[in-house]
Design a protein around this ligand. Structure first.
Ligand SMILES: [Zn+2]
Length: 326
């Protein structure tokens, strides 16, 4: 492997944890990769605002560094016309990574949303698909604990490189949903299968299915079955529209699934002053709503957040139908 230069490797025999190696990578890259240095410098200028909605809250983040990502054209024609920014031969010269196992590179994200934000990119140019890599997803979450959660944006649901398989990692519990789903009053248990508990997280203004388990293989089977069920309900051949966040703590995985009705809300496609630059992917639907435009940061209110969440989320019956189909 010539590019990127390997910062380090991680495998089951490694003496240092993957989360520690990732933190060391970020420290080194901030010193040696100017684009990353300025990406993190601009993160210091972000602003945050809590918006209390009906039964839940979101945090708005004004982050001008995300303009390219939020406004990215992700239709097949535009994707085919651009150079893939996750392919090794196109990575900046200064970029280094931690090789995880044989097919995943931990890379620093140069347009961060979090104080530590990584892209976990496949070493090959292969399409975004969760079903083929569920166990990898669970393993990454376990090996990046206790510092990080791992998340996935479906190819039609916010992935800015739908043609190149990647996950992302963020500091654990930085998305409000990660703590929301732990509140007992929201936890509506729908079914238990072996070690796997399936529940709907209620009163969140969008539909959320949660799978929890201590058992990697059983969880992997049920997550694959849930994806198949969503695919049938959506009546599509390709992967259903999903965002998924996974974390590992106290010996158990928690997988938070957002089945989506659509990617971008209608207000995103309005012209002129009516346009609102919110393009929801995992982080946003997870309750940390990013906008790269200051005017949107100030004018977005609870009513608009609730309306966007309703519009891009599936109806409540959809969650019950998934669980019944398992
Ligand atoms: Zn690629």
């Amino acid at each position: 492997m010539d590019k990127p230069v390997l910062f380090s490797r991680y495998d089951a025999a490694s003496a240092v944890s993957l989360s520690t190696l990732s933190i060391q990578l970020l420290e080194q890259q901030k010193k040696t990769w100017p684009q990353l240095t300025s990406g993190y410098a601009s993160l210091e200028g972000i602003r945050l605002r809590e918006i209390a909605c009906d039964g839940f809250s979101v945090r708005m983040q004004f982050n001008p560094g995300r303009l390219v990502s939020s406004s990215a054209k992700v239709d097949p024609k535009s994707i085919a016309a651009r150079k893939c920014f996750l392919c090794r031969e196109n990575l900046p010269l200064e970029q280094q990574g931690v090789l995880y196992g044989t097919e995943t590179l931990v890379l620093c994200n140069p347009a961060p949303i979090f104080n530590e934000h990584y892209t976990l990119s496949n070493t090959e140019h292969t399409p975004q698909s969760l079903r083929d890599r569920i166990e990898l997803f669970l393993d990454l979450a376990k090996d990046l604990a206790p510092h990080f959660s791992v998340f996935y944006n479906g190819p039609k649901c916010g992935a800015s490189a739908p043609d190149h398989m990647h996950f992302q990692a963020s500091p654990m519990n930085m998305m409000p949903i990660e703590t929301d789903v732990c509140q007992p009053e929201r936890r509506e248990v729908l079914r238990t299968m072996g070690s796997v508990t399936m529940l709907r997280a209620a009163k969140l203004g969008r539909e959320v299915l949660v799978l929890e388990s201590t058992h990697r293989e059983e969880l992997s089977i049920e997550l694959a079955a849930a994806i198949t069920a969503m695919q049938r309900l959506e009546n599509v051949d390709e992967e259903p529209k999903i965002n998924v966040i996974c974390s590992y703590a106290d010996g158990a995985w928690r997988v938070i699934i957002f089945p989506r009705a659509k990617h971008r809300p209608d207000v995103f496609f309005e012209e002129g002053d009516k346009k609102v630059m919110i393009s929801p992917a995992s982080v946003d639907i997870g309750g940390l709503v990013i906008t790269p435009l200051e005017k949107d940061f100030h004018r977005v209110d609870a009513a608009l957040i609730q309306s966007i969440f309703r519009e891009v989320s599936v109806p409540r019956e959809f969650i019950h139908s998934i669980v019944e189909a398992l």
